[in-house]
Design a protein around this ligand. Structure first.
Ligand code: 13P
Ligand code: SF4
Length: 311
């Protein structure tokens, strides 16, 4: 029973007592973003996890992100407030099926989006995030054949942008898949001239209407530099919290789903983390991310290549 516990004060006390760092993704609830030591995109968060000298990493994001932190910083205790915080992209790519797909294409390397399990990372050659994918792809020789998974929309976007033909795994993010082109066009008609910023996890029929396509940190940078008074944001709407803080005078509107509002685009996995669960995770140092050492070492090789090629 947490009644009467001053959660924010207790989280602050525990983070000092445990020498913990609280990392949060931009899709977390505003109250979690505001108390985190660092808020970032997937690449920034991986770098922070690799560099921190804290003893404990409290990861407010989804499981593949906390796993990445553990892979890169095995000596640290890594806690995730809710272990059920998964990801539809990870679910779409079971390791056995991915291993079979790889075996069917022995002349291809596997360039894999970070939104996947540690097992799939271990089966991959190079990991990418949305903010590093283009830079990493540009360093792979043109004649090298590539499997890209698990996000077919990010893979399709990269293929169109760079002209590289890649074999795509058919996974999707349920959040970005839920945007409606019809509703987006209605919103654009309502706000003539308002730019659209979109995440590359969106389907092509949404990206076709975007003025800017990029990772969460890229979208935030675009919103900070734009001149207009309205921006339509086609990614998980909790990112708008950072935009409102930086530019309260601008009208930031979440792109709509089929029901005409952006509530169906809240990531149900990210939303599992709460202040209460974060407090319990810091208090009990549970639930923890644990992993077999041979799996960790294999998964680390593909992540290390990402960190080297993205820098
Ligand atoms: P980025 O923050 O790296 O753009 O990733 C978005 C995402 O969907 C994370 O789950
Ligand atoms: Fe996965 Fe999409 Fe949620 Fe990101 S927003 S964690 S890609 S389901």
């Amino acid at each position: 029973n947490l009644a009467g516990v001053d959660l924010l004060a207790e989280i602050d006390r525990l983070r000092k007592e445990r020498n913990a760092v609280i990392l949060a993704h931009y899709y977390q609830k505003p109250e979690i973003q505001d108390l985190a030591d660092f808020v970032g995109d997937s690449l920034d968060l991986s770098r922070k996890a690799a560099e921190t000298d804290a003893d404990v990493i409290a990861f407010c994001g989804v499981r593949f992100m906390a796993e990445t932190a553990k892979i890169l910083s095995p000596e640290k205790v890594v806690v995730l407030p809710d272990l059920d915080a998964g990801c539809s992209l990870e679910d779409s790519c079971p390791p056995e099926q991915f291993a079979k797909f790889r075996a069917e294409h022995p002349d291809h390397i596997a360039l894999t989006y970070i939104n996947c399990s540690a097992e799939v990372k271990a089966l991959s050659d190079i990991i990418v995030t949305s903010s590093s994918a283009e830079k990493i792809l540009s360093q792979i020789p043109a004649e090298q054949k590539i499997i890209f998974g698990p996000d077919k929309h990010l893979g399709g976007y990269l293929a169109r942008k760079t002209g590289r033909d890649m074999l795509l795994w058919p996974g999707v993010c349920i959040v970005h898949e839920a945007f409606s082109e019809t509703e987006l066009l209605k919103l654009k008609a309502q706000y003539p001239g308002a730019p659209v910023a979109a995440h590359p996890e969106c389907p092509a029929y949404i990206l076709d209407h975007a003025d800017y396509v990029g990772s969460t940190s890229g979208i935030l940078k675009f919103s900070g530099e734009m001149d207009g008074d309205t921006l339509i944001v086609a990614t998980e709407p909790h990112i708008i919290h950072q935009m409102n803080k930086a530019k309260p005078e601008v009208n930031f509107i979440g792109a709509p789903g089929a029901d005409g509002n952006c509530n169906c685009n809240i990531c149900p996995y990210m939303a599992l983390n709460t202040i209460e669960k974060l407090y319990i995770a810091l208090r009990d140092l549970e639930p923890r991310i644990e992993m077999a050492e041979d799996l960790r070492v294999k998964a680390k090789a593909s992540l290390d290549r990402m960190l080297a090629m993205a820098s």
